[in-house]
Design a protein around this ligand. Structure first.
Ligand code: TXA
Ligand code: MG
Length: 337
């Protein structure tokens, strides 16, 4: 199949919507990362998403809607806390896990009785949902296990020939996937995947916000994952990634002893002045780091890196999301100095 590249014109958006209506898969820009979108209610189309990504069948897809008020069409119950959160954070980078109804096929929900609902804010994504008239199932548009795509070229690198089209909407604003939450009790939520809607922001509305332990720690063998995605290796470039929690000085000292052929470091912007070893930088604060992390991991592969030492990001605010993606890319290999 030839994968065509579409742009932002009304004509191209209509074409993308038409493809989705007809059961095809389209790479679509969102404010978090690019998604592989198809009609969430079309079982054959959803099966094709799993095939294109090489994704395990038990890892559910998020369903994207143009307005949270449409969630009642696909769910059996919406807690009032979800409505309050929607008022504040939808449209935006938040996914809420809710009990699904029969409109959502089991293949879309990975065999679960729940469905993740997200209302994206990206203009192009919203128009495609509206014009197709479909709830759009969309996982990140990468091959399973690889870093998520934050521009159309990344999607083409992984999906060329496997999907009908990619809509080029420029670089994703946030660069990390949405915050995924579930409801533990009436006023308590649990973060299953950290994102740009941070714990601090959620605490303004909820009594308590629990960070699921699997966000920062490896699941023990045989343990139940609150979210199936937690079980799988993720975001990994080909290189062996090691995360180092250290000051810039201590990090530099560590690399001085461990530098070698095809070894790269990923350091903060500003650290490079006193860093004479092979490296890339990934921003100076958490927002910049979120925006750049996935494209840097892809670049390191293109450079042929065999080993990558990353100076660990702060875990404050959206930094927790960056830390979570990196610790998974590192297979939980962390050195604390
Ligand atoms: O920002 C995003 O969320 C992007 C864009 C395209 O919207 N999508 C995305 O989808 O990251 P995906 O499939 O790559 O990641 C969805 C995560 C997975 O870890 C999955 O296990 C979890 O959300 N998830 C989805 N539905 C769930 C459910 N019903 N219960 C628990 N976890 C769920
Ligand atoms: Mg993903």
């Amino acid at each position: 199949m030839d994968t065509i590249i579409l742009k932002e014109s009304s004509e191209d958006i209509a074409k993308a919507a038409e493809l989705i209506k007809n059961g095809q898969i389209v790479g679509i820009p969102t404010e978090t990362v690019y998604g592989l979108g198809a009609d969430a209610c079309n079982e054959a189309a959803v099966r094709a998403i799993f095939a294109a990504k090489g994704r395990p069948a038990d890892n559910p897809l998020i369903v994207h809607l143009s307005d949270f008020s449409h969630a009642k069409r696909y769910t059996s119950y919406i807690p009032s806390l979800a409505l309050q959160l929607a008022k504040k954070f939808c449209p935006g980078p938040l996914t809420m896990i809710l009990p699904k109804n029969d409109k959502i096929p089991m293949i879309t929900s990975g065999g679960l009785e729940t469905v993740g609902i997200r209302v994206p804010s990206h203009k192009i994504m919203r128009r495609i949902i509206e014009e197709s008239g479909c709830p759009i199932a969309a996982p990140s548009a990468n091959t399973s296990g690889l870093p998520s795509p934050t521009c159309a070229a990344h999607v083409m690198a992984d999906m060329n020939g496997k999907i009908a089209a990619v809509v080029d909407g420029g670089e994703s604003r946030y660069g990390v996937e949405s915050t995924v939450i579930s409801f533990d009790s009436e006023n308590v939520i649990r973060i299953l995947r950290p994102g740009a809607v941070t714990r601090e922001m959620l605490l303004e509305i909820c009594d308590d916000v629990i960070i699921d332990p699997a966000i920062l720690n490896e699941l023990e063998e045989g343990a139940m994952a609150a979210s199936p995605g937690m079980k799988y290796k993720h975001y990994s470039p080909k290189a062996d990634v090691v995360m180092i929690e250290a000051s810039a000085e201590d990090f530099t000292r560590y690399i001085a002893e461990n530098d070698g052929d095809k070894v790269y470091s990923l350091i903060y912007d500003g650290d490079e002045k006193l860093f004479p070893y092979r490296h890339l930088t990934y921003g100076a604060d958490s927002l910049e780091q979120a925006h750049m992390i996935f494209s840097r991991l892809r670049e390191l592969d293109e450079l042929g890196a065999k080993k990558v030492y990353v100076r660990a990001p702060s875990t404050e605010g959206v930094g927790l999301a960056v830390y979570n993606r990196l610790i998974r890319a590192a297979g939980f290999e962390v050195i604390r100095i």
